[in-house]
Design a protein. Sequence first.
Length: 215
Amino acid sequence: MAKAQPNADARRQRRGGAELRTAILQAASEIFLEEGYQGASIEAVIEKVGGSKRAIYSHFGGKKELFAALVAEASSTVIGQTSPENIEGKGVSDTLRMFGLQATRVLMAPTTLGLYRAVIAEGMRQPDVAQAFFENGPGRASKGLAQVLEQFQARGAISIKDSQRAAERFIGMLRDDVHLQVVLGLRAPLSEAEIAESVEQAVGVFMHGIAAPPS
């Protein structure tokens, strides 16, 4: 006798809040990657994960909020690299290197590339979606890095006039034209070796520009 396939009822078994949230995000990432923002729907997410529309709305709100949560999830993995426990005892270069490696890996990940492509396609028609993407993704990451740069500035390790702009410029060096080429499908994402080389170059250029003058 053929083994019965899992059905929607099995997927709808009760789950804890954290587990359900993770399942919804995973299903949503697949839907946005496959269908883009316009083609994605809450119903398609429910079909993958089970549950109800009410459960998704209670965790996230609507489609825009679910999209923003996916972006925030990606940026959290980058910001986490510069958490106090991760950078304790580390210098500026090592901290930037950790941030840069994780940020570039995230930028090159299939899900993140799909989110970028989706927001590019929809940004002009739905500026609120573009705003949500920026605030929860690139903008959030640059603010997190700016706070770390301010800590190093307070210690006298670096000399910068505007930590936010400095953070944005560093992240801009990480993206450079390669990220745009990957988003446009002109080349494959960077390999791990290419990521390491790219980050090392960005850290070197950046550190030269923000080096504190001799005392």
